[in-house]
Design a protein around this ligand. Sequence first.
Ligand SMILES: NC(=O)c1ccc[n+]([C@@H]2O[C@H](COP(=O)([O-])OP(=O)(O)OC[C@H]3O[C@@H](n4cnc5c(N)ncnc54)[C@H](O)[C@@H]3O)[C@@H](O)[C@H]2O)c1
Ligand SMILES: O=P(O)(O)OC[C@@H](O)[C@@H](O)[C@H](O)[C@H](O)CO
Length: 423
Amino acid sequence: MTATTTPRLNRAALAAGPPPPARIVHLGVGAFHRSHQAWYTAHAADADRWGIAGFTGRSAAAADRLGPQDGVYTLVTRDHDGDRFELIGSIVGVQPGDRHDRLAAAIAAPRTSVVTLTITEAAYDVTHADLTSPRTALARLLHGLSARRDAGGGPLAVVPCDNLPDNGTRLAGTLRRLAEQAAPDLVSWLDEHVSYVSTSVDRITPRAPADLAEYVAAATGWYDEAPVIAERFSDWVLSGDFPAGRPAWDTAGAQFVPDVEPYEARKLWMLNGAHTALACAGLLRGHRTVDDAIADAECRALVGRYWDECERHLPPQLDLTRYRQDLLARFGNARMDHHLTQIAEDTTTKLRVRVVPVALRELAAGRRADGCAAVVAEWVRAVRAAKVPADGAEGDPLAALSPELASSRTFRETVDSRAGSIG
Ligand SMILES: NC(=O)c1ccc[n+]([C@@H]2O[C@H](COP(=O)([O-])OP(=O)(O)OC[C@H]3O[C@@H](n4cnc5c(N)ncnc54)[C@H](O)[C@@H]3O)[C@@H](O)[C@H]2O)c1
Ligand SMILES: O=P(O)(O)OC[C@@H](O)[C@@H](O)[C@H](O)[C@H](O)CO
């Protein structure tokens, strides 16, 4: 089965009614948006009332692939024992992100109630916005919000879905600073009309292999240029207001809580922190994928000691024993083929928000933070062996992570003894 012998996937394949009205605008139509927020929207009890107008991030490829398919794509849910194929129809259109005129019109549209983002962690680090020719995702978002203000539009919710601590509050602060610099007259409108929702998002979604379209075509009879693979597990915890309404994501399993922080800390520290640890320790030991690394006794022990320290600073009501067991099973899913090199980027930035907070809490409690120090030592060794990019850690690696950690003699000595002199 190939592109020439198999019919191209399109909305007719869903055998459903007309596409839902686009009331959500999404920036960054990558793999994770398709496996997570679009899946929740498709599974909500009121899915027929909520469509997603997608805009790409850096590259227009997703628009080129999804456009001819009316936004419809296949989600391959990959479990330990097999694959399940599902067509997802919640995305009703995808346009290139650099068409900021169209993005602004979509955000300004009266029926738009929610804007969601998956633009990667790095995209939140912006200090400047040019609203005449907006190039970054946040400048484009601000430009769109300015168009909504100009059109007399009502309030709406903005929902970042990237792996960042306190992502809603952080986005609120960054957008406000950008507006103060680029459009001071917009600041009070933002304060009054935009509700920032903080989220913890979770569903392991590796980069799709090159032959996925052929595999999906053979299984489904449709040629799909934008299929995505994800694990069965999925989690979405949100905190914040939706002044213009939202899909009934709770009916699809999302949780709405007063404070997302403990859920987010559990996920960022335990899942993402362990992924970063496995990327460093696993690549150093010649492993290729997450499941290879977690099957290695040394890597597994490294993660276990680190998790023991995380657990002490998380509320026990979060059922951490079960969470750890589930994580081991999820990491051990050999069919996911989750490459360590995909996880090994920007490790300095990631350790700062995933491992450093745990280490500082352990030290503040009068303990040695040996589990965190062991992870940091693996990272130092991986940087030195060029298994992960140095990313600011060329000099004193502890100083690159945190001034407080760099000044802890205990922590420095432990890292030193494990990684060799770090100065
Ligand atoms: N893949 C996962 O398992 C997973 C799970 C939880 C959260 N996330 C979050 O989702 C993000 C995206 O992951 P993905 O798997 O979809 O990756 P992806 O590579 O498939 O997609 C990334 C998307 O972000 C856009 N993008 C990249 N850099 C950008 C920038 N500087 N400015 C604006 N847009 C940019 C890309 O164009 C693309 O649309 C991650 O960075 C993470 O924060 C991913
Ligand atoms: O590049 P990172 O480390 O932010 O993310 C890589 C993976 O840890 C991440 O994508 C997880 O699979 C995901 O966060 C699971 O929900």
